[in-house]
Every structure is written in C-alpha cells, then in structure tokens.
Design a protein around this ligand. Sequence first.
Ligand code: ADP
Length: 646
Amino acid sequence: MTDQTPAQNSSFQTEALIAEDIDAYLDQHQHKSLLRFITCGSVDDGKSTLIGRLLYDSKMIFEDQLSALESDSQKHGTQGEEIDFALLVDGLAAEREQGITIDVAYRFFTTEKRKFIVADTPGHEQYTRNMVTGASTADLAVILVDARKGILEQTKRHSFLVHLLGIKHLVLAVNKMDLVDYDQATFDRIVGEYTAFANEIGIESFIAIPISGFKGDNITAPVGGAASSNTPWYDGPALIDHLETVEIANFAAQARTFRMPVQWVNRPNLDFRGFAGLITDGSIKPGDAVRIVPTGKTSTVKSISTFDGDLDEAVAGQSVTLTLADEVDCSRGDMIAVADDPPEASDQFETTIVWMSDEALKPGRAYWLKLGPQMVSATVAEPKYEICVNSFEHLAAKTLQLNGIGVAELRTDKPIIFEPYTKSRQLGGFILIDKFTNATVGAGLIHFSLRRAQNVHWQPTTITRDDHALLKNQKPLVLWFTGLSGSGKSTIANAVEQRLNLMNRHTFLLDGDNVRHGLNKDLGFTENDRIENIRRVGEVAKLMTDAGLIVLTAFISPFRVERQLVRGMVPDGEFIEVFVDTPLDVAEQRDVKGLYKKARSGELKNFTGIDSPYEEPENAEIRVNTVEMTVEEAADHIIAQIMPLK
Ligand code: ADP
C-alpha cells in the first residue's frame, strides 16, 4: 500500500502540533480514550507481523517518550490519563519487585482517535498463563487465524480463555488472505465454523475481518477508501478503524456504584484526617453517603481534595483524598463505598483457578492471595472439576497442573472485600502466590461467596474483644496441644487448666471427645473430615478468645497446615502451640483407649502414627517430653512459659 493512510497522515500533524504547541497536543492527547487489547494466535499465524503492521501504520510511541510524556502531563496537571501511563509502567515494575515473571510484552501506540496498549503473548500451548496475564486487563481480543489452516484447537482455547476472562469484544482476524487469493468462500467457511463454536461456548458476538498482515490489506483503510481493493466482497471496517471506533463499555466511567480502596490515611495534623486512594468505580460528591467496608460504619463525604485543590466531583480513575463528616474507623486496606450498595466481604468462595506453576496445586496448603491491595492467606480445596481447554468437558481432578483450569472452593484466613468477577474485574480477580518462593502460581476469578451470611456486614459493636479481656483481667490465649493419641494431651491440658483456675483465670478446655460428640458429630476420620474438624475447633477457639477466655485444646491435629490455619485465625501472639512429644512406642504401650491395638489389627483405619502420618511441629512455642517429665512437671513448665504473657 503506497497510499498514505489516515493514521500516518495524522502522525505528521501530531508531530507538528507537538513542536508548535505542546499544551494543545497534550490536551488533545488527554482526551483520547485508551483501548487495551490482546492478540492471540498460534506460532505461525503472523502475530508479530500484524503487530508490526499496526505499529507501522499508526504512530508508535516508544517507551522513553512515554515517560517524558508522563512527566509532561503531570506538569500540566492532567488527571485521568496519566494514570493509564502510570498503570502500565508501575504495573510492570510492581510485578518485577514481587518476583512475578510475566512473559507478556506490552506495546503502546496511538492514532489520531485513540491510544492503545496491546498485550503480545506467546502462542504455544504451554503459555496459557501468559495469555491469562495479558487478557486480564484487556477490553478486546484479536483472535488471529491463518486463512490456510482455519480454526485450530489453539483458536478455540484462546477464545475460551478470553471469554472466561470476561472480554466482551472479539475480532476474528482471518490473516494471510493473500495466500488464499483473497477467496471469499474460504473466509466465509472459517467465519461459519467460528460462529458455531462461539455459540457453543456462549460468546455473544464478534466481528470477522479478512486481512493480510504482510501485505497490509484491511489493516487500515486507504485515504478516502473503504476496504482493500483485493477484497471487494468485504464491506466491513479495516482492523485499525474498528479498534479506533469500537465502543468499549467503560464500566469504570459509567454511573456505577462508588468504590475506593484506601491506600493510606493522611493525618498531617489533628484537624485533618484524609483517606487517600484511587477511585476504581463510579463517582463521588461532597455530601454523598458512604460506607466503610468491612466494618459497615457509615458517614458522609465532607471534602474531596487533590494536589490541585478541592473538587466538586471525582470519578473513577482519579486519585483523591476524602475527608468524612464523622470520626469513623477506617484504615489502609479498607474500602470506602457507596452506602446503599457496598461490595461484600467474605472468606469462602467458589472460584475458577488457572494454575501457572510447574508444581501442581496443593489442596489445603496455604498460599498468599492478592486481590488488588488486599493480601491474605488462602487455601484451595480439591477442585470440583477441571475444564478441558480443548473439549470444554468437565473432568474429575484432585489437583491442577501447569496451565490447568478448574473450579474450586477457596477459603481465606480473613474476610476480603470482593465482588463476583462478572460484576467487577478489579474486585473479582486475584492471584495466588507461593509463600516460600514468592512466585505467582495461579490466577483466579471469584464466582460467588459460599457464606450464607454474605450480605451481613459486621455490625459495629460497642463492646470489643479487648473489653471482654480487660474485664477478665487476662490476655486471651489458645493453648493448642498437639501430639499422638495417648501422648498425654488431655491429661496435661487438664492439669494446666486446674492451675489456671486456681489462679483465677477464665478458661475453657476443648477436647476431641467433647467436640466430636456435639458440634462435630457429623464428621468422620477421612483427611477432609479431620481438616474440617480442626477448622471448626479453630473457629470455636477464636470466638472464645474474642470473649476473653484462655482456651486449651487437645486434638491430635496431625497436619502442619491445619495447625497453621488455626494459628492464622487468632491475633499474633495468642496462639501457643504445645507439642506433647511422646515417642510412638511409649504412646502405643500406654494405649489408654485400646485404639492402637485396634489399629494394628486393621480394625481401625487411618490411625495417626500407624497408617496415617503425624507431622511434628517445627517451631512449637512449647514442647514437653512426657518420657522425661511427669504430668505435674509438664503442667508447671507450661504455666511458667505462659504466665509472663498473663
Ligand atoms: P491424649 O489426650 O494425647 O490422647 P491422654 O491424656 O488421653 O492422651 O492419655 C495419656 C495417658 O498417658 C494417660 O493415661 C496418662 O496418665 C498417661 N501418662 C503417663 N505418663 C504421662 C506423662 N508424663 N504425661 C502425660 N500423660 C502420661
């Protein structure tokens, strides 16, 4: 194509404008909308050529220009759009800091009408994760197909992932049309096949464009012309024209309900307390009623301040500091939301997870879950099923391997503020991070909360856990006794409780027998039931510490992760793990309840120490060896250790 394209034409005008009147240029630039898109294709579909062509036919802004532009726009006080630049740059820097590897190249270019960020991801099957990373921020996807090959497994997989990640705008770019002599029948056949597939997986609409990335057909329309003269039978838009004009439902800018995660609390003096953050949804005005999530307290907005002074209204995309009419508790990590439609807070979810690590998902293990600024510990249950990305069948699965996609329940140690992914990508999408290597191992989408009480916000109460403890004149504690059956947990815990009682401490002893006969009588001894048993005991112990009690528990609790889970439920320093260290042969010899005998004879299955493992604590706060200590000595030792804590 020798004709000058409108885009090229405009790039010269743009340069002239930059040279002559930088303010006018920035002003124009500022009001252009931004489209983020992703290109998906197999290895030889011509993705690089296409991106090269897009950059060539439009005007590419290089990265160093980008930062110059960014500081310029800050100088000139532009509000909304600098965030997009900053997002791009910061996003990458933040990921690097966390040691998260992303193999996605982001390219930035601009035309007269729009700015673009294109995520370029590798096409190999093993790169599902990269595609997910790239697609998670995209508004539109260009699915590239080689006209000679038609719809491939890859095409379907990519489309499925793009659809899963909530991208509503799809372009089926049938490439290499020059190699099939611009044959309309070939194009129509491919589009027909794709339409059938799209219907099957629920893609509502897409636009198909016959192109040649190499020759340039239908990438941009020549000046004054519509489609390429090589495809007279095609009367739709050229690719860039479509990208420039497609109307993206900009959720953030719509009159959606207001949300702002609090990034920091700004208190320069006693008279001013501001909550700073980036508005992710909706808009806000002074006088609007807001609710703090998760505490549930309400107030009204007193002022909206920025570097450039106070505002009468602020919208999604702006970074502001809000002051409120009332002195309410609100800290970093909380969210300020519209009072009558706040997001939910929950700690149990059904999710879709894309696994991104060579090491398979370990159900029950604790990972970090990062959702926006929120970071909590989370465990994933055994998947309900895995989705085959070729046939889209649901397969039974015990775990997820690299690139596996499955639906699984997930639990966090603290409630997090969320919305279903279909409602909000920001509040519904999360990543999972390995606690030891700090690598991103999974990405997930929240379907819904599993809690019945999902819509109940914690009512602000007047009597706090501190008040309960103060009245009892003690520091609440959980003394978590762990050890083999017959190691002496109950006996020693009893002796400790007697001593505490004599010292006027308020205590409660939870042991296997009293809990299993009541609260947990529906549970058996499979691994899952044991974990659930311990989780419930942990929750009960936590409530009792909230009530100010010193709780003693005597459960074998053989798995480290479950003890870790309970530790995470109570405030730091309140969980004291007491390892009752008794060798198996000694416990077996005691055999108080005759259980070892039954286990040895095979009458009792899954018995800890015999045919089910006991994972010894590595860093228990207290360890007592019952071969070396009597019951009384062990109890005295424990009291001596905890009394400095009161
Ligand atoms: P667990 O609760 O760990 O299953 P129990 O406390 O029910 O264990 O049983 C431990 C048994 O071992 C009791 O009969 C107890 O009298 C006996 N025992 C002997 N020496 C000790 C010791 N030094 N510490 C604790 N228990 C001991």
